[in-house]
Design a protein around this ligand. Sequence first.
Ligand code: ADP
Ligand code: MG
Length: 253
Amino acid sequence: MGKNQMATQTDIISLHKICKSFPLEIGGTQQVLFDIDINIKSGEFVSIMGPSGSGKSTCMNIIGALDSATSGTYELYGRDISTMTADELAIVRNEYIGFVFQNFNLLPKRNILDNVMLPLMYRGLPMSERVSKSREMLKLVGLSEFETYLPTQLSGGMKQRVAIARALAGTPKLILADEPTGALDSKMGNEILQFFKKLNRDMGITIVMITHEFDIAKYSDRLIHIYDGRVTYDGKIPRSESDLMPKHKRESK
Ligand code: ADP
Ligand code: MG
């Protein structure tokens, strides 16, 4: 067992032997994740990398408590999530986690400020505080002048910055980003990645980012490679992408 496989008290995310299967319409099931062991500490910037269909989003949905595993245990901030009610899970998601998705998930008919403010509605904050907090976050991502714009009026990179401002408005300890640069060109993608680095370094926010590209994973400090639903690498960013393939696959190439 490598050091990353052993759960410790400082881990905020601890998956142990996580398996996930989906029922198939034709009957039977398809197993997507096999005995996943992942432990992540507060303050880490980790990427989960693997080819399309390897199970990254499935894994992310479990980490974000959006979906549950078929077997195995998952502790988030020291609590076994299988013992929590749906309401408790919603509270944990809302208070600890900021989600960022490839396609931004902004409400198209609401302006930028409303989009950022929306998750704060569930916090019971007075309107004036929701507005000031959201403006502060828009300033942080450099979009103060655009608060009355609609998402459709902005570039992809700007939309993703709105989504990040929305995630940050909830003061999350953890950001889960699923292919956050997947819909962006490389210049805008680079800006988003630099911004994640800054949030991680300056604000101590833990970041778990999913990507299928090695060049994007390189921005993080630790890479977990998933291949066919199994972790095949977990450690520092390797020198070359070929170091990530399971040994038998490398040799047969
Ligand atoms: P990735 O994010 O690495 O591209 P996913 O986790 O989205 O991979 O998908 C992995 C596999 O699980 C795919 O074969 C996909 O079809 C299947 N899958 C994902 N979500 C579901 C679901 N809700 N129902 C059935 N199959 C699913
Ligand atoms: Mg995916």
